[in-house]
Design a protein around this ligand. Structure first.
Ligand SMILES: NC(=O)c1ccc[n+]([C@@H]2O[C@H](COP(=O)([O-])OP(=O)(O)OC[C@H]3O[C@@H](n4cnc5c(N)ncnc54)[C@H](O)[C@@H]3O)[C@@H](O)[C@H]2O)c1
Length: 274
């Protein structure tokens, strides 16, 4: 969907990693409005470059490739990496080596700001009947959540040591619509995702900030008060989908760990994604 930009601020060159993924495909056409050149990257094919785009296919584990990827880049929207619970090897490559390679490349290329797609699974072992804020320490619910907690620590280190700013987005569930009862709490609409990313890119000072990526849902496990300085104001809500979701899933087993913990089904996935 194309609409008028949410900010008049423009970057010379923005980098979008993970551009072939679900959220990358959503943001690729939308981020063009905020930059002169949008550089898109992924390990998978990205098609040909549209007007105003540069395309680079590479593995985030390739340090020299990532260093070249950041050349001339003012800010990064970093979505690339493993996005589900997986064996350790791909998570090590994409999310551990990948994030260190990205920040090292940012340091060497003097890139100023990174928007890091963290995840609610970094705090998946908090309970669904507690509300946590943006300073809640990680309680990862698997290798995937652990890698996102690591990414947040990398961001914290590069802020203090090198002055590179990051907004770590602990994204809830960003899909066309909420699919189950948990997602009525965790849903982030695509329009709100754009609002969140643009606010994170354009807020004057963010240092290293953490914010939960959610729409204005009626029930939520998260309180973003500590991140008001980012200026994100969600406009959507899961409420219009409630009746359909509750009709599909009228009962919840409150003894099921997937219903007890914020990470939902991720908290009981077999080790190593087996
Ligand atoms: N969609 C959500 O609801 C959600 C929730 C929480 C966090 N996130 C995070 O947001 C980001 C985007 O999510 P998504 O749903 O679009 O995931 P996705 O899996 O569709 O996209 C991730 C992209 O990263 C690429 N990638 C994986 N390993 C790579 C590597 N080693 N080198 C280069 N590229 C690599 C993949 O090819 C893929 O295109 C991810 O970092 C994910 O962890 C998403």
């Amino acid at each position: 969907m194309s609409h008028s930009p949410l900010s008049s601020l423009r970057f010379k060159r923005l980098l979008l990693t993970g551009a072939a993924g679900n959220l990358g495909q959503v943001l690729r056409p939308r981020l063009k409005a905020y930059c002169d050149v949008l550089r898109v990257s992924d390990i998978q094919s990205l098609g040909s470059a549209a007007a105003g785009e540069e395309v680079q296919v590479l593995d985030l584990a390739d340090a020299s490739g990532v260093k070249a990827l950041l050349e001339g880049v003012d800010a990064v929207v970093h979505l690339g990496g493993v996005s589900t619970e997986q064996p350790w090897a791909p998570i090590l490559a994409g999310n551990i080596m990948g994030v260190v390679n990205l920040y090292e490349a940012a340091r060497l290329n003097k890139t100023r700001r990174i928007i890091f797609a963290s995840s609610n699974h970094a705090t998946g072992f908090y309970r669904q009947d507690e509300v946590i804020g943006t300073s809640a320490p990680p309680k990862p619910d698997g290798f995937y959540g652990l890698s996102k907690a690591f990414g947040e620590d990398v961001a914290e280190m590069y802020w203090h040591r090198w002055g590179i700013e990051t907004v770590s987005l602990r994204i809830g569930s960003s899909f066309p619509e909420p699919r189950d009862r948990r997602m009525l709490s965790t849903w982030l609409s695509y329009d709100d995702l754009e609002r969140l990313v643009v606010a994170s890119l354009t807020a004057p000072i963010v240092k290293h900030s953490v914010i939960y990526g959610m729409s204005d849902n009626r029930g939520s496990f998260w309180d973003n008060t500590g991140a008001r300085h980012i200026g994100y104001r969600p406009q959507d809500s899961s409420e219009p989908f409630r009746a359909a979701v509750e009709a599909r899933q009228p009962h919840i087993d409150i003894t099921d760990p997937a219903a007890i913990y914020q990470g939902g089904g991720f908290v009981k996935m077999a080790p190593h994604g087996e």
